[in-house]
Ligand binder design. Structure first.
Ligand SMILES: [Mg+2]
Length: 241
């Protein structure tokens, strides 16, 4: 591990469990609201089966060889078919998705130190946000609500591209938007596969953050590479970069 800051021009952040906590409490709040929306239309869902499907949905993009991001309409329709054995209407799906969006934006909170770190780093580097999430609008609304949007020169969300990190496409897209080369950028993230292996594979440096409880866990494989640094709290970046 040896972070090299000499040619660094851009710092790119993952969102969930990097800048903001998105762990058990937040996931539970989102899934509870989802269950409520389903209950309004179809009856009370089987809680255990719902959890099983949601846990599987969250990991599904990493299990496809092309790292395909979930399509929200598709997975919601499948959810309704599986839980209730009926075909949802477009309006029912739209209402369930509106609930998902609203609860996500409501539960995501940013501690004050996050803005301080971004403000400080933004004086010396271009800043990017690169998130794996199926709903780009929800991420952008969340960035407005947490007041973090102002610090980013570029925001790229997997839901807008159709593929998730570690696929190189999200990395190439944000490097292009920031107008920097891979060798001039570092990615900060919590996801071993999507963030660390993805960034290193695309030619960026990578910093692993272990501050929050990461829900997407991956086995370390022989061909995997190590991050260039590991931090236990976001504020440590002020000394590293
Ligand atoms: Mg994350």
């Amino acid at each position: 591990m040896a972070l090299d800051t000499r040619h660094l021009k851009a710092v790119i952040f993952d969102y969930g469990n990097t800048l903001i906590e998105f762990s058990h409490a937040q996931v539970t709040a989102c899934d509870t609201a989802l269950a409520g929306a389903l209950a309004r239309h179809f009856g009370t869902p089987d809680a255990a089966r719902l959890k099983e499907i949601r846990d599987n949905d969250r990991m599904a993009p990493y299990r496809t060889p092309e790292f395909r991001e979930n399509n929200l309409v598709e997975i919601t329709a499948n959810l309704v078919r599986d839980l209730f054995g009926v075909e949802p209407t477009g309006e029912q799906i739209a209402d369930v998705l509106r609930t998902r969006y609203e609860v996500f934006v409501r539960v995501v909170q940013a501690d004050p130190y996050v803005a301080q770190v971004l403000e400080r780093l933004g004086r010396r580097y271009k800043l990017g946000l690169l998130s794996n999430y199926p709903d780009g609008d929800a991420i952008r609304a969340s960035l407005e609500r947490t007041d973090l949007a102002q610090y980013f020169d570029a925001v790229v969300v997997s839901g807008d591209l159709g593929v998730v990190k570690p696929h190189p496409a999200p990395y190439l897209t944000i490097l292009n938007a920031l107008r920097v080369k891979a060798s001039q950028a570092v990615l900060v993230g919590d996801n071993w596969l999507g963030d660390i292996q993805g960034a290193k594979g695309a030619g960026l440096q990578a910093i692993l953050i272990t501050q929050w409880k990461t829900l997407e866990m991956f086995d370390r494989e022989d061909h995997h590479v190590e991050p260039d640094a590991v931090i236990g709290h976001l504020t440590e970046l002020m000394h590293l970069l």
